[in-house]
Write a protein that binds this ligand. Structure first.
Ligand code: CDV
Length: 302
């Protein structure tokens, strides 16, 4: 459809928030939950459904895991693999794209490498994009006296793929993961490539053992960083939480779809599995880029 000489570009995106995944749950029950959310998104005619960071397992960096076999049980050494194949099969059948975060075990020149990864999958279930988390929060060793750990720096290495964008479903889409959203260069790297949409999953505890004086601002800082990223780059941002009390760690929800204006157009209201969606008008993104920010132009448009 043409409007004012411009093609009307829209993509309907769902944010599939997950409630807690506990240790005993196992992948089969988690996959069933992901499938249910994916089916709900497809029945609402969504083009794309976005799942959180480390969506197949509990957020294991909250624990000090000493046994290598146990630690590797949280990683995927292939994607897809037989444990998660059902998600790819269903997506192909429903003709819906998806993005999901997982712990990736890669073999590089015979050496094992561990990444916190997210992928972008098109409507025919092909993996067209991969991002490996660059900003890793937390510590390289367990912290005494903390009620829970964040050992991402111990378990993962920083991503080595940069911030990429991929054209699919009529949009230019990029990804970042959780802590990345607090750093302006994450969104900026995508914005500078002309991204229409940034997808990101997060696992954000209510309580920060290192910085407890900011606990009352946890949800504010989540929204602030995503809304600023959206507005300052004229793009849609879809932020998706793993929420609720997971193995004793309370995590925020508030998964949100944010317009290029910086306005939150839809937000989850629970700390459980919950789907929200919005028909994202990419013309709005074009408008912010060409009128206010004029990315790539020398001229000020104000
Ligand atoms: N998974 C994360 O990256 N979590 C961080 C916490 C540890 C501050 C976050 O930015 O939400």
């Amino acid at each position: 459809m043409k409007m004012s000489g411009k093609v009307n570009r829209k993509i309907k995106i769902a944010a599939a928030q997950l409630g807690p995944i506990n240790k005993v749950d196992g992948r089969p029950s988690t996959i069933r939950r992901l499938l249910e959310l994916m089916r709900e998104a497809a029945s609402s005619s969504c083009d794309l459904v976005v799942f959180p960071e480390l969506a197949f397992t509990p957020f294991f960096p909250h624990w000090n895991i000493e046994d290598e076999g146990e630690l590797e049980s949280y990683f995927e050494s292939e994607m897809p693999n037989q444990n998660v194949q059902a998600l790819f099969d269903e997506a192909r059948k429903l003709e819906i794209g998806f993005s999901i975060g997982y712990a990736e075990l890669a073999i590089d020149d015979g050496i094992k490498k561990y990444f916190n990864t997210s992928i972008l999958v098109d409507k025919s279930s092909g993996i067209i994009g991969k991002y490996r988390k660059i900003h890793l929060p937390g510590f390289r060793s367990p912290q005494k006296g903390h009620p829970f750990q964040n050992l991402e720096k111990m378990y993962f290495e920083p991503g080595n793929l940069g911030f990429g964008t991929w054209e699919t479903m009529g949009a230019k889409i990029g990804m970042c993961i959780c802590y990345d959203r607090r750093w302006p260069e994450s969104f900026r790297s995508l914005g500078a490539q002309g991204a229409d949409i940034a997808l990101l999953g997060y696992n954000t505890p209510m309580h920060n053992p290192l910085f407890p004086e900011s606990d009352h601002l946890t949800c504010f800082h989540n929204a602030l960083s995503m809304q600023a990223g959206a507005y300052q780059n004229g793009m849609w941002v879809v932020g998706v939480a793993k929420a609720g009390c997971e193995e004793g760690v309370m995590q925020i929800g508030q998964s949100s779809i944010i317009a290029p204006s910086g306005e939150i157009v839809s937000m989850c209201t629970s700390l459980e599995d919950e789907l929200i969606y919005h028909s994202c008008d990419l013309g709005l993104s074009d408008s912010y880029k060409s009128k206010i920010f004029a990315v790539g132009s020398d001229e000020s448009r104000m």
